[in-house]
Ligand binder design. Sequence first.
Ligand code: ATP
Length: 237
Amino acid sequence: MLEIRNLRLHYGQHLALDRVGVTVGRGETVVILGANGAGKSSLLKAAAGLVAPDPGADIRFAGADVAGRPAHLILEAGIALVPEGRGVFGDLTVEENLALGAYARRARAHGGASRDLVYALFPKLADRRKQFVNTMSGGEQQMVAIGRALMSKPELLMLDEPSLGLAPVVVGELFAALGRVRESGLALLVVEQNVKMSLSVADRGYLMEAGRIVGENTATALMDDDAVKRAFLGATV
Ligand code: ATP
């Protein structure tokens, strides 16, 4: 469904992404693993239309060429991004934040149904619908951010470090919720520091290093991979 090939991206002279190739199939959950500065966020931003790739990049979504297209058109095509740091509006309530996510043309006709789905996936948000988001915990705010992205009725949801800064018990809740999102049939592309947790909900994963994809495998195989264990899981193999 998402096919990225030959994605290069410069910030001035700095080459942040070098001939990156990543695919996500319909309903598939894919995780991107890599150290800080490897280029993971840049990859998601390029796919979401928030940064312009170098000419020659091939980014297709459901067969349409979306490379270099503006962010609002990519959202209309069915790709939603939950950015690092969430980007929720703290002085608005949960339901106001969700309503803001439904402005995409593809979403307007489905506002009510999408809200019901979000509240079914995140029952806590239903209980707190009138609460101002800046009075909520980090984990709850992350669920608002995911809920808002779901309101645009995406077919692919991209998440940049969703567990960053959350307490371990909250991370568990968050991944359980992502598991439910996955079961609803959406494709997920997730950048995560929490390698164990993210591989446990993923089908496949890619390893990124210095702007390049240096490995790719099923989530199960990556969990047993010595290089992954050494780099990310604190093992001494
Ligand atoms: P992190 O986990 O720390 O966010 P990352 O893997 O997501 O890292 P990116 O944020 O994509 O990495 O950054 C890739 C490289 O591009 C880094 O060297 C970073 O310093 C650089 N970079 C990112 N954004 C910009 C920018 N707006 N201008 C210049 N350089 C940038």
